[in-house]
Write a protein that binds this ligand. Structure first.
Ligand SMILES: [Zn+2]
Length: 362
């Protein structure tokens, strides 16, 4: 609220004031004496003011009233401008009464009547109400934030523990049995709540966006990048290609591996797989000139120098070095060595048949 400078009119003794007019008995009365607030006004006890306004009652005549300096102490909301009295809260809150348009009736009853108006009371309490409202909104947001944070942490924990999201709802049932606090905002009513599978998938999407953005920042800071890719099939027997990147951490300058993508693909040729990898690089804003190495399982579709992924990437980046994954190297070595030991071969066949026996058992 802006503070206004209260200006006092100079006292002019018995000089006639412009706001006085003649009544039917030829007596001078204030012009606006009948223009008080249109709202019904109750008579207010003025005894408390009578001792503190000697000028208004004793030193001035009935027909020659002036603004008294002590009025501004009695009514802190009062201010004067160009000889007219105003109410600061009513003006600020755009109320409609004569202390907004300007009251020229220099009588204490003007102020006491105005002070009793509901308009004025509301305007005076408006800042306090606004503060209380803001605090209530903040408190409500704070409770909602706490509840949403619990949802986010639960979804993150499920993902980290490799637990399916359809367990999200039952975990919250457990939370309620355990009287976990701050869950109330998640249940709007009997039929609508946020403790369901769909909420968990949306939260997971939001979490993945945040992690994805962090990875993009790290990728942008690394001067050189190695892409590692491998094919696989999921439980639904769909073909998938996963890719990771080895980068130099921009803060610690240490090597680091970050996840890039896990795509389903149709075209299993070198061109098809290379296209998936190049599209992911484009999405991540990885330029080909920063790609210095490509790591694969060594299968011909990956390591082929012509139509393999390696050959296609070499056409884009001639300085690219292909790396045959060490883990796949080791797996090939051990399996080929084991083939030469009859006992291990027999044991491996026995384990394989045992697996199929149980996998096909109902
Ligand atoms: Zn007022």
């Amino acid at each position: 609220m802006t503070s206004r400078k209260r200006k006092l009119l100079p006292i002019k003794g018995q000089q006639k004031l412009p706001f006085l007019q003649k009544d039917v008995n030829n007596n001078e009365v204030p012009k606006n004496d009948t223009s008080f607030d249109s709202q019904s006004e109750t008579e207010v006890d003025h005894k408390k003011y009578s001792q503190s306004e000697p000028e208004a009652t004793a030193s001035t005549s009935k027909n020659n009233r002036k603004i008294q300096s002590n009025w501004f102490k009695l009514w802190p909301w009062l201010y004067e401008s160009d000889g007219v009295l105003y109410c600061e809260p009513c003006v600020d809150n755009k109320k409609k009464n004569n202390f907004v348009t300007g009251c020229a009736v220099y009588k204490t009853t003007s102020m006491t009547r105005h002070e009793a108006l509901s308009d004025h009371i509301n305007a005076t309490e408006a800042p306090k109400l606004a503060t209380e409202f803001q605090q209530a909104v903040q408190q409500s947001h704070s409770l909602e934030d706490k509840a949403v944070l619990k949802c986010i942490k639960t979804v993150l924990w499920l993902a980290q523990e490799n637990i399916p999201l359809n367990k999200f709802e039952s975990i919250f049932e457990l939370f309620r049995e355990l009287d976990v606090p701050d869950l109330e905002p998640l249940r709007l009513n009997k039929h609508v709540n946020y403790e369901n599978y769909y909420t968990s998938t949306e939260i997971l999407g939001a979490i993945s966006c945040v992690i994805d953005n962090e990875i993009n920042v790290k990728l942008a800071q690394s001067p050189y990048i190695t892409v590692l890719a491998d094919e696989s099939t999921d439980l639904a027997n769909k073909k998938r290609i996963t890719s990771n990147a080895r980068i130099v951490n921009g803060t610690t300058s240490e090597p680091e591996t970050v996840f890039l993508s896990d795509h389903e693909y149709e075209d299993g040729t070198g061109i098809g797989l290379a296209t998936v990898i190049l599209q992911e690089m484009q999405r991540r804003d990885i330029s080909v000139d920063r790609l210095i190495r490509f790591g694969s399982d060594g299968a011909s579709v990956m390591s082929g120098g012509n139509k393999g992924v390696k050959g296609i990437l070499l056409q884009k980046q001639p300085h690219l070095i292909h790396i045959h994954c060490m883990a796949h190297h080791l797996a090939l070595c051990t399996s080929q060595a084991a083939d030469l030991v009859p006992a291990i071969k027999c044991y491996q066949q026995w384990l394989t048949s045992l697996y199929y026996y149980f996998s096909q058992s109902s």
